[in-house]
Design a protein around this ligand. Structure first.
Ligand code: ADP
Length: 352
């Protein structure tokens, strides 16, 4: 314990000295499995207090990236510095400064929620008083205080995930890694977990999560790296990415005859709008569609073409994924992620 205390003190000193804006910095991070490149020379920097998402389909290399950042896997080449510690040279220090929430439960369901946390705290060298205080604090945070004495096997799936998040936070990590935090949970429970993660974000916890749920990335993440075939295809805030992905589309619906639609199309093109005929009307792509709508309606009116409805669609993260990879995330095989869970967790918390 004394040895643990000295080590903690040394690390805390180093952590407090580490003031960089970025808590995670990866350079040319690469992982090859028997000649197959799962992650190819990834560069990324994660800011303190940021929620950073690794978004991509099944097999894209998200978990492998996260496992390298968290020292579970050794990279084939490249480097990662987490909270000032080099993942290759100082893996123990990295592990002490991070929390992990795995895809598959690693809880002992025959123990109570309290005991699961208590064991974790002991493993991290927390003393009795500190452990007791933090256990109460994290259980309250995930609203499981009333369940602390109950066996985990009596918890619902969502409660187990919340307990895992609490456990990941117990030793006050600088960065919390979450591998597909809501995989396999129903929509309502997923939203519930998002609420807790938002609370953590408000408390300033830096989080890195993998997800293949577009909505999850959109709702939670300050920045997102879109990963496909082991490479980062795009990186930015969800809004930035959506803006880059293309323009908003306005649909002018008209029940007028085909000839009228062609007349409207010609009138819009004359005004330099990027317009196309679609079934039931005309689609116009524009940068600032809100402002363009009056001009579009005037063009229709000038040709005496009645517009029955106006609809506007802004690009989604799905459109972003499509524009960078040429296919939709759903078609790219996201549904297979569930099947991969067992294999990913079986790799365990080992430095390979
Ligand atoms: P994701 O998390 O995006 O679904 P992974 O990082 O788990 O993707 O996997 C990326 C690629 O690396 C996949 O093709 C996967 O089959 C392969 N892979 C992952 N782990 C191993 C391993 N231990 N041995 C061989 N191939 C692996």
């Amino acid at each position: 314990m004394a040895e643990n205390g000295r080590r903690n003190e040394k690390q805390n000193k180093k952590q407090s000295e580490f003031e960089s804006e970025f808590v995670v910095e990866a350079r040319s991070l690469t992982k090859k499995f028997n000649g197959f490149t799962a992650v190819n020379a990834i560069d990324l920097s994660v800011r303190r207090g940021e929620v950073f998402g690794l978004l991509g389909p099944n097999g894209a290399g998200k978990s492998t990236t996260m496992y390298m950042l968290s020292t579970i896997l050794a990279p084939s080449s490249g480097s990662a510095v987490i909270n000032g510690f080099d993942a290759g040279r100082e893996p123990i220090a990295v592990r002490r400064s991070i929390g992990m929430v795995f895809q598959d439960s690693t809880l002992d369901t025959n123990l109570t929620g309290f005991d699961n946390l208590d064991i974790h705290g002991r493993l991290y060298g927390m003393n009795g008083a500190e452990r007791g205080k933090k256990i109460t604090e994290v259980l309250e945070l995930v609203e499981l205080a009333d369940w602390r004495g109950k066996l985990v096997k009596t918890y619902s799936g969502g409660m187990k995930r919340r307990l895992e998040i609490a456990r990941g936070l117990l030793h006050t990590p600088t960065v919390l890694f979450l591998d597909e935090p809501t995989l396999g949970l129903d929509a309502q429970t997923r939203r519930h977990i998002w609420d807790y993660l938002r609370k953590l974000r408000a408390a300033g916890v830096t989080m890195i999560l993998t997800t293949h749920y577009l909505e999850e990335a959109d709702e939670l993440c300050d920045r997102v790296a879109i990963i496909d075939h082991g490479e980062i295809k795009a990186l930015g805030s969800p809004d930035e990415l959506k803006r880059q992905a293309g323009e908003t589309v306005v649909y002018l619906k008209t029940s007028g005859a085909q000839k009228q639609k062609q007349k409207l199309l010609a009138a819009l093109k004359k005004k330099n709008f990027a317009a196309n005929a679609i079934e039931g009307g005309v689609a116009v792509k524009c940068k600032s569609c809100e402002n363009a709508i009056p001009a579009l309606l005037r063009a229709a009116d000038s040709q005496k073409i009645p517009v029955d409805a106006v609809e506007m669609r802004k690009p989604s993260l799905e459109d972003v994924f499509l524009s960078y990879t040429g296919r939709s995330l759903r078609d790219a095989g996201a549904s297979g992620a569930e099947a991969r869970r067992a294999a990913a967790t079986a790799r365990g918390f080992r430095h390979k």
